[in-house]
Design a protein around this ligand. Structure first.
Ligand SMILES: [Zn+2]
Length: 379
């Protein structure tokens, strides 16, 4: 799920802006400027907007700082940070895998709220240091308050909030049971989401429609995220103990790189096979699939060869036979690809392809296993 516009990199981490962020940035700038206009009617109107814009930008800078703090601690534990995305409900740092130990999860999670509290303190200090500068005081007071709220809200003990991760880490450390801890944090996350939705409804019924809608939306977002985290856990448990060799198809269809896309499409229609290894002069040169075919407009199929649109050999991601299926599935999703050839030996020297794993095959296993589990009594 790599959506959004990359605005740059900090410490090598891509910073992305989700389209929904533009909306909230505009709305927040408007809200801050309006409140400044009420409180400081003596300022010229343009000044309300300029200071409002600065405050809003610094607020999102604060959110970014919060996410960077999580990221730096994650990196300290050699966990890759995929990206940081700013979106309508704040920011999210995507990390490459779950932390391996409870203490790691605890430290990664708590870094964010601590960062927000430090910022709150710093902005509060600025507001005290320069009492004569109204603009600076207005900006700093606002940011001290919002960072404080940001830190506190994130400490609420339910997934996917930082407090939920802290809660999970504590339960995990005590029970030594990651699954149980995730379920507990997921359940309390749903309770918090439900409470927010109910509070939103209450606000809406008592005349504060905008606030009500806002709390409701955040509640529904948290509810979805809490459900996702529990679902992910179910997948993880379902795939436990399985490796690439278990689900790979040993039949690896091969196609020549020289044939036209038109001929390739006919091959797909005839055989129902949706991916092929591409071989030219007995050498493996790439991977071809239906997605690559569809990237080319149909009327150009006659004039383009498979070799010109395939995924070239050096960009293919490989799996080994003993790679855990859970990790393989994460890699497929992270790279947004559907198949991965499985090799024995190292891919660089003389490795040979022994099979191919597809997303579909993994999803079929998940489905079959969960169906069987539901059909088995007392389990
Ligand atoms: Zn956080």
């Amino acid at each position: 799920m790599r959506r959004g516009l990359q605005i740059g990199k900090i410490l090598g981490i891509p910073i992305l802006l989700d389209p929904s962020w533009l909306f909230i940035f505009g709305l927040l700038t408007y809200a801050i400027s309006s409140s400044f206009a009420e409180r400081y009617p003596q300022w010229p109107n343009s000044q309300h907007w300029v200071v409002g814009l600065f405050t809003s930008a610094l607020f999102f800078g604060s959110v970014l700082f919060h996410e960077l703090s999580h990221s730096i601690v994650a990196r300290h534990y050699k966990i890759r940070v995929v990206s940081i995305t700013l979106f309508i409900f704040g920011g999210v740092a995507r990390i490459g895998r779950d932390p391996g130990k409870a203490i790691q999860e605890f430290n990664i999670a708590i870094a964010g709220p601590i960062a927000s509290f430090v910022l709150a303190g710093a902005f509060f200090g600025i507001s005290l240091l320069f009492p004569s500068d109204q603009k600076l005081t207005a900006l700093a007071t606002y940011l001290a308050g919002t960072n404080l709220i940001l830190g506190l809200f994130n400490l609420a003990p339910g997934f996917p909030l930082d407090g939920g991760r802290i809660f999970r880490a504590i339960v995990w450390a005590i029970t030594k049971d990651f699954s149980k801890a995730t379920r507990a944090a997921g359940t309390s996350g749903k309770l918090i989401a439900g409470a927010l939705i109910a509070y939103g409804a209450w606000c809406g019924l008592h005349g504060n429609l905008t606030g009500g809608i806002w709390y409701g939306l955040i509640g529904f977002y948290l509810l979805g995220a809490a459900n996702d985290s529990v679902q992910q856990l179910a997948i993880r448990e379902t795939l436990r103990g399985l490796s690439a060799a278990d689900v790979m198809s040993q039949e690896v269809p091969i196609i020549s790189g020289g044939i036209s896309l038109q001929d390739y499409s006919e091959e797909v229609l005839r055989t129902g096979r949706r991916y092929h290894l591409v071989v030219t002069d007995d050498r493996l040169v790439g991977l071809m699939n239906v997605q690559a075919l569809h990237a080319v407009p149909r009327d150009e199929w006659e004039h383009n060869s498979v070799q010109s649109v395939m995924i070239p050999r050096d960009r293919i991601l490989w799996a080994s036979q003993d790679e855990p299926l859970q990790r393989l599935l994460e890699r497929l999703f992270a790279a947004d690809i559907n198949q991965m050839p499985v090799v024995s030996g190292s891919p660089d020297d003389g490795a040979h392809v022994v099979g191919i794993v597809s997303r579909d095959a993994i999803l079929r296993v998940i489905q079959a296993r969960s169906e069987l589990r539901h059909a088995t009594p007392n389990k």
